[in-house]
Design a protein around this ligand. Sequence first.
Ligand code: COA
Length: 148
Amino acid sequence: MYIIRHFQAKDTFPVIHLASNVLTEHYDPSLFSYLYETNPWCFFVCEFQGKIIGFAIGIQFQEKTGRVLMIGVEKVFRRKGIAKSLLQQLHIEFQQKDFTKIELEVKTTNYGAIQFYQKHQYKIVEKVHHFYQNGEDAYIMELQVQYH
Ligand SMILES: CC(C)(COP(=O)(O)OP(=O)(O)OC[C@H]1O[C@@H](n2cnc3c(N)ncnc32)[C@H](O)[C@@H]1OP(=O)(O)O)[C@@H](O)C(=O)NCCC(=O)NCCS
């Protein structure tokens, strides 16, 4: 049974470890504590049998725009809907803030993540050349939020 919950201070090292295993970009470990301190409302983890196996971080990007900053799931737990559950939590937080748009960037070579976001109605709106540290290109993907 997986538990999706807000990040807590005790999750700092497990999340740093997981991020370094699953993300291709290297992030300074202090970034995670910084994001927790400044942005606790939109930092989630997935726990399974006491172990952190996924995480997702969203931020406010502009007045009415949210940004999916990072999302990652441990390899052996993929394709089970964990990222979907994490993304849904980010969407709930974004909707509570009445954001009308959600953006993110993803490597143009990251086929799995692009498929994942497209499955959740994100559209590619722009390609940014040399976006990443290693010179790789990024797609900017966007979801327009509909309120009924
Ligand atoms: C992208 C990622 C977060 C998806 O996590 P996940 O828990 O496997 O995703 P879910 O199970 O919720 O969704 C799976 C769906 O996403 C898409 N998908 C995910 N990985 C895929 C892959 N390798 N190839 C094709 N489609 C893929 C498919 O639509 C899939 O549905 P299906 O299994 O029915 O075909 C995960 O692969 C990951 O951690 N990747 C490394 C980190 C990363 O790239 N993060 C995104 C950029 S920050």
